[in-house]
Design a binder for this molecule. Structure first.
Ligand code: IPM
Ligand code: MG
Length: 360
């Protein structure tokens, strides 16, 4: 049976890193006879340039028909001054929302080979393995009313709405508790319940969900403290579950603990397990086109896609172990390079992963 994979390269370094991930996917397809049917589509700035919209109808149709989606990254200065309703980021938010990809899994794992690349001391991060579960289709990112309006005194005011319904909180809570069950059995729910009503309810519902998981331990932490604890003693966490905006911020911080945000994959899942997979980092327009971006987060996202949406865990394991092999060999893109390593380009890194995969 064939499985339809839609690849959305996006903007900036997106096309470069996705090219490498696609090579790795095709190599895995050949090795394991996966029956992948790969198609491509436009999202973000590249879609604005060709279709005048960041998430065109054609991409939407392909996305709905696909079994899984692999995305590079969207956005860049070229589209910074465009009307805000059609900015590239709107395309990303649009596809997340239309496909109801509410469950965003962002694992922060420190590869032992990269302990020196972390900005924290090796003993603080060695063995680090955290999973951030971020709610992705609600909260302040999507709450209405929103906008920029003129007040009576002629001054302008920007406003957004932070809201979560019980069912939205419950379903992301279930994702977190189910994940914790497969890991170390601990969930830390991050909120700002000392100030924000929306997160008072969040905390209440998390307590309710916890009742169905007596084997999982639930704790709560305010987001400011969580940010501090992530850089002070990150290994205290197993699964962290939080809303859209806090998750956006904390996952960048967690990413950096691992040495580089260029190492972090992510999965965004709907209720049935269909998903979109993307690196946690952005489109990095400052280094686009130079062949120096790290493709590993995207390659690892492709592995997550095989595991979570396509039920091909042997191939996923093989890709992850190939990444391990190239790191063992000392191959490093610029973002994870320290003295004594072998510096490689984006495509050399991709080729090395393909080679390690074939050699298994
Ligand atoms: C992310 C990104 C996006 C977000 C942007 C590009 C809209 O930062 O996936 O973390 O804020 O969700
Ligand atoms: Mg972000």
């Amino acid at each position: 049976m064939t499985k339809k994979v839609l690849i959305l390269p996006g903007d900036g370094i997106g096309p470069e890193i996705v090219t490498e991930a696609e090579r790795v996917l095709r190599a895995a397809d050949e090795k394991f006879n996966l029956g992948l049917e790969i198609d491509h589509g436009l999202l973000g700035g590249s879609a604005i340039d060709q279709h005048g919209a960041p998430y065109p109808e054609e991409t939407s149709a392909k996305a709905k028909a696909a079994d899984a989606i692999l995305l590079g990254a969207v956005g860049g200065p070229k589209w910074d001054n465009i009307e805000r309703s059609i900015r590239p980021e709107r395309g990303l938010l649009g596809i997340r929302s239309e496909l109801e990809l509410f469950g965003n899994l962002r694992p922060a794992i420190l590869y032992p080979q990269l302990a020196d690349a972390s900005s924290l001391k090796p003993e603080v991060v060695s063995g680090l393995d955290i999973l951030i579960v971020r709610e992705l289709t609600g909260g302040i990112y999507f709450g209405t009313p929103r906008g920029i309006r003129e007040l009576e005194n002629g001054e302008r005011e920007g406003y957004n709405t932070y809201k979560y319904s019980e069912s939205e909180i419950r379903r992301i809570g279930v994702v977190a508790f189910e994940s914790a069950r497969k890991r170390n059995g601990r969930v830390c729910s991050v909120d700002k319940a000392n100030v924000l009503e929306a997160t008072i309810l969040w905390r209440e519902i998390m307590e309710e969900v916890a009742k169905d998981y007596p084997d999982v331990e639930l704790s709560h932490m305010y987001v400011d403290n969580a940010a501090m604890q992530l850089v002070r003693a990150p290994k205290q966490f197993d699964v962290m579950v939080t809303g859209n905006m806090f998750g956006d911020i904390l996952s960048d911080a967690a990413a950096m603990l691992t040495g580089s945000i260029g190492m972090l994959p992510s999965a965004s899942l709907d209720a049935s397990g269909k998903g979109m997979y993307e690196p946690c980092h952005g489109s990095a327009p400052d280094i686009a086109g130079q062949g120096i971006a790290n493709p590993l987060a995207t390659i690892l996202s492709a592995a997550m896609m095989l595991r979570y949406s396509l039920d091909m865990s042997a191939a996923a394991d093989a890709i992850e172990s190939a990444v391990d092999t190239v790191l063992d060999k000392g191959l490093r893109t610029a973002d994870i390079y320290t003295d004594g390593d072998v510096k490689v380009s984006t495509s050399e890194m991709g080729a090395a992963v393909v080679e390690a995969l074939a050699a298994q």
